[in-house]
Write a protein that binds this ligand. Structure first.
Ligand code: C2E
Ligand code: CA
Ligand code: CA
Length: 649
């Protein structure tokens, strides 16, 4: 049979009521520096036991009665020598029927104890006014001797909670708190319970859990933060939104997307991209200060949450400031020139736009897409229906590829007349998508979506090929002098395949570059973009001619007029629609274009009055629905080919 005295583990029974050790094994005698069991059981521990410790022990008895065991570090002072021992406490009944405490001192080397001394439990007793009544030595060691009131240690809001919880059902408070110690701030698990003996007093125990808690917090930080920039990640974003949502605090979210980040990241390498993202994050921190929360939820997408109270309803001012401070030059290193970036921002507000946080984020995302679509470097506030609009665009983009394979697109044409003799000089090719499942998809929408989803090259290539093939029939109808004009998308140039697509289309149809006019909008003709100008230079070299399309809709139109050697300038239909208010603007532009050696085509001519008015001012190149009025239709309808004409059934 196992002799309990032979056990290495020190075991003793402590009679709490009488402050005496009732029994101990051999190892315990050694631990307690006792010469014999009699000597040990004769010791009176009352003096060395603070009231706080005694209260805790008495509380333990309740737990022991329920069969519970308790483990933690305990500081013993046998013959005045402090020792930290990891103990397991449980209950044991004495012969007289009272409950005592069975203590097993788990075997721990002194060196380990030194390393784990922070594990020692600290216990103290406070009165109703939070004044310190007594504390064990490890409490003083940890917090110093200047603590006289619990308020010296614990923040006031926690004291309020303690008060409330002790008065509540559980009469117990438990919380992890970071407390100021003699050697810096450390995390503690703090437990507070009422004293069983003195009404109003309470016992507080502190356990240093700094290492474990710090690791936990680090993991938590990793789970909710973006490693690269240190701002919140998607999970963190939702946590922050939930907090405001729970308190029903109105807030706005600003969904920020960097315009043109991808080419920088691909072109200069990921290290440059990373540095750029970090700089964006720090500019964002400057914008929001302490008021807002910043998160990065995608490669180049950031979200700022700002309670509305912080901007006094001037969220528009804040949004403008965001766009301005994030757009501009970023210096990466001395080796590469500063990169230029702009941002598009979508704003959605709780609770106005949505109560559901996922939907709210989708709202802001949709608004951001709209901002991108409307020229970038701007912000747009979410409006009802935008999300649906975005969904529609996604559906359209998913259908374009299949529509190309199934030959669902068609070309339609609109002539430009020379009104000297009503001769057709140019025929403009315009794409159509008849009978698509997604109801009417206008060419504007189709081109816009194709540009955004990267299919513009494929689509344009099909358009060029088809229009060139059909152009033979147009020439048969209007003679060999007539030119074919094609609309060119800037993104098609950016994809680097415009020239090869054009070559393929004209070669397959036996045409020459001289037979074609390429229509470029002002936005496409960016004088400071090397990529564009080298493509355009090459096209000029081949003999293609150009038209500046939608002239007058950009904001610095005149600057673009002689930026490329265009033969034609197409005045946007806006100008003709306002002709009845005065002809000065149109005649003035006409003179300017004329003086630069170009030809003005006026778009959107819809009435006979407009035709005549323009002719009166020597403006002869005209395009528009009027030229398909019943009188003019007769001319074109004798056309035997399958060609479709704008505005003709
Ligand atoms: P755009 O290049 O300015 O084309 C002229 C647009 O004005 C055409 O609209 C045409 O139908 C319309 N229009 C012509 N005459 C009149 C008129 O008298 N009054 C009014 N109110 N409108 C008139 P559509 O075909 O809907 O095309 C819209 C835009 O979509 C085009 O504007 C062009 O930017 C783009 N687009 C159309 N087809 C193509 C294409 O094949 N390739 C590319 N890249 N873009 C295209
Ligand atoms: Ca055009
Ligand atoms: Ca136009």
């Amino acid at each position: 049979m196992l002799d309990i005295d032979q056990l290495q583990t020190p075991i003793w029974i402590y009679d709490i009521d009488n402050y005496r050790i009732h029994w101990a094994n051999e190892s315990a005698l050694t631990l307690w520096h006792a010469s014999s069991l009699e000597e040990l059981t004769a010791r009176d521990f009352q003096e060395g036991t603070s009231d706080a410790v005694q209260h805790t022990l008495l509380n333990y008895l309740d737990d022991f009665a329920l069969g519970k065991r308790i483990c933690h570090w305990w500081q013993l002072s046998p013959k005045g020598k402090a020792k930290d021992v990891y103990c397991q406490f449980s209950g044991v009944y004495l012969d007289d029927g009272r409950l005592a405490m069975l203590v097993e001192g788990l075997h721990v080397e002194r060196a380990e104890i030194a390393a784990l001394v922070s594990g020692t439990i600290m216990i103290c007793l406070f009165n109703e006014q939070f004044e310190l009544l007594s504390a064990n030595p490890s409490f003083r060691q940890q917090f110093g001797t200047d603590i006289h009131n619990l308020a010296d240690l614990i923040p006031v809001d926690e004291l309020v909670k303690i008060d409330r919880q002790l008065a509540g059902k559980d009469k117990f408070y438990e919380q992890d708190i970071c407390l100021q110690c003699a050697d810096g701030n450390r995390w503690h698990s703090v437990e507070v319970r009422l004293s069983e003996t003195t009404a109003g007093d309470f016992v507080v125990s502190f356990q240093d859990i700094h290492e474990r808690k710090s690791r936990e917090l680090e993991l938590q930080q990793m789970a909710t933060h973006d490693v690269l920039t240190g701002v919140f990640n998607r999970k963190g974003l939702f946590q922050r939104m939930k907090l405001l949502h729970e308190k029903q605090t109105p807030f706005s979210i600003y969904y920020i997307d960097l315009d043109g980040f991808k080419p920088i990241n691909d072109g200069f390498g990921h290290a440059v991209g990373d540095s750029l993202l970090c700089q964006v994050a720090s500019r964002l921190r400057r914008c929001t200060g302490d008021d807002g929360d910043i998160s990065r939820i995608g490669g180049d997408e950031f979200v700022v949450i700002l309670p509305e109270a912080c901007v006094d309803d001037y969220f528009d001012v804040f949004a403008t400031a965001l766009v301005q401070s994030l757009s501009g030059q970023y210096k990466i290193s001395d080796d590469i020139p500063p990169v230029v970036l702009s941002v598009s921002v979508g704003v959605a507000s709780y609770p106005r736009d949505d109560d559901d946080l996922e939907l709210l984020l989708a709202d802001a995302d949709a608004a951001m897409y709209m901002a991108k679509g409307s020229g970038r470097r701007c912000w747009i506030q979410y409006r009802k229906g935008m999300r649906e609009q975005l969904l529609r665009r996604t559906q359209i983009s998913q259908r374009i590829g299949a529509a190309l394979l199934n030959d669902e697109f068609e070309m339609c044409y609109q002539p430009v007349f020379d009104m000297h003799d009503s001769r057709v000089v140019i025929v403009e090719a315009l794409v159509r998508w008849p009978g698509s499942e997604l109801a009417e998809v206008s060419p504007d929408e189709l081109i816009d979506v194709a540009e955004h989803c990267g299919l513009i090259g494929e689509l344009s290539s099909w358009i060029f090929y088809q229009a060139c093939q059909e152009f033979r029939a147009i020439r048969q109808r209007f003679g060999d002098q007539v030119l074919l004009s094609l609309n060119v998308s800037g993104l098609h140039i950016q994809q680097g395949r415009l020239i090869s697509d054009l070559e393929y289309a004209i070669n397959s149809a036996g045409l020459l570059p001289q037979d074609l006019v390429l229509e470029l909008t002002e936005r496409v003709i960016m004088p400071d973009s090397k990529e564009y100008s080298s493509t355009i230079d090459q096209l000029i070299g081949y003999g293609f001619s150009f038209a500046i399309d939608d002239f007058g809709t950009g904001f610095s139109s005149l600057a673009y007029l002689n930026s490329i050697p265009a033969k034609w300038v197409k005045l946007d239909r806006e100008f003709v629609s306002r002709l009845d208010k005065g002809v000065e603007t149109v005649t003035c532009i006409h003179k300017l274009v004329d003086a630069l050696g170009m030809n003005l085509i006026v778009e959107g001519v819809e009435t006979r009055w407009q035709v005549e008015k323009l002719k009166e001012h020597q403006i002869f190149y005209q395009q528009g629905y009027y030229h398909f009025s019943p009188a003019n239709l007769r001319n074109l309808l004798c056309d035997q080919s399958e060609l479709k004409w704008v505005n003709v059934g």
